[in-house]
Design a protein around this ligand. Structure first.
Ligand code: 8YV
Length: 325
């Protein structure tokens, strides 16, 4: 009997039957906790994974494809993958809506002080004078500044312009003609975006060029009343500098779903600040996005196992490359 190639999936993907159905006819699926992947590497041919480095590849001689469960793959060593002829695929597109929704949730939570308001109702409302003292602003007419107007940035921009009637400025290494035409986006330098925006949304991938790109100098250009939202990757903003400007109240606040170090250490000074809303890297955690990501991963792995290479959603660095193992 022909032995089906072994594919490792994290148990969290068990609930997405449609993804399993793509793989079941051609692969033997094993649901393995991330920490236990090590024990299964000798004969594995495909996996959904995170943070894959060369040491893993060296223990997995039959491995042909790693499907990164997410759009960002900054935690994977693409050069080592290419050297070992292992495809790296990711999930662009399918989570843009959920991340954009979360960005708006953070904008609104920061601006309307939703976290403090909840605490106020639970602990103080009945005791004190009626009426909540913290004022937000109307989003209508305010300026959203998008840093990185790609797939996710576009969805954030669309919601802000079409849903909230905001003005849109952006900075990117590439101009976005569609956003300029459809959303009236104004292209500016990074410094101008920092200066003129009432809300800033960071929507860039983490690369050597974007690491530490938003420095103290940039943060100090922001209006005192402005907020910065990061649902991309923590290290794009100098977090120490961010804590500094937030503690000085040099800016109004920040909504952060991503951090320099995750999980955030309990003694991190960010946790002491009142002018931040913090969420645990959950912007893509909706059933819809996670199911679509699981399906996208399953299709990429299945393509490689069937010899249809390069597979769909291979990372740009490997586009056009054909590996034979
Ligand atoms: C994931 C993400 O939650 O897509 C990304 O790049 O950051 C998220 O969708 C994260 O990669 C962990 O799975």
């Amino acid at each position: 009997m022909l032995v089906k190639p072994k594919v490792l999936l994290p148990p969290s993907l068990k609930r997405y039957r449609k993804a399993a159905e793509i793989l079941e006819p051609i692969a033997s699926i094993e649901y393995v906790r991330r920490g236990d992947y090590e024990k299964h590497l000798a004969d594995v041919e495909g996996m959904v994974g995170w943070g894959i480095k060369e040491e893993t590849l060296l223990k997995a001689p039959k491995l042909k494809v790693v499907a990164r469960h997410g759009v960002g793959y900054d935690d994977c060593d693409v050069e080592a993958m290419t050297k070992h002829k292992v495809y790296l695929t990711h999930t662009p597109g399918v989570l843009s809506d959920s991340v954009a929704d979360m960005t708006l949730a953070l904008i609104l939570a920061c601006n309307r002080k939703i976290v403090q308001a909840d605490k106020y109702v639970r602990e103080s409302w009945a005791k004190g004078p009626a009426g909540y003292p913290e004022h937000g602003v109307d989003l209508k007419g305010k300026t959203i500044g998008i840093i990185g107007l790609g797939r996710i940035g576009f969805e954030v921009a669309k919601r802000c312009v079409k849903g909230f009637d905001m003005k849109l400025v952006y900075y990117d290494v590439n101009r976005n003609a569609r956003a300029e035409k459809e959303l009236g986006a104004e292209f500016k330098t990074l410094e101008e975006v920092m200066k003129t925006s009432d809300f800033i949304s960071v929507n860039l991938p983490l690369t050597p060029e974007t690491r530490g790109m938003i420095t103290e100098k940039h943060l100090r250009l922001m209006k005192k009343t402005a907020y910065i939202i990061n649902t991309a990757r923590g290290p794009i903003i100098d977090q120490k500098a961010l804590v500094k400007v937030l503690s000085e109240k040099a800016i109004a606040g920040a909504g952060l779903d991503v951090f320099e170090k995750e999980p955030v250490p309990l003694d991190d000074p960010l946790l002491k600040l009142q002018n931040v809303v913090l969420t645990p890297h959950m912007a893509s955690v909706t059933y819809d996005a996670r199911e679509a990501m699981a399906i996208c991963n399953a299709e990429s792995i299945a393509a490689v196992l069937r010899g249809e290479v390069p597979p769909p959603n291979v990372v740009p660095e490997q586009q056009g490359m054909i590996f034979r193992k």
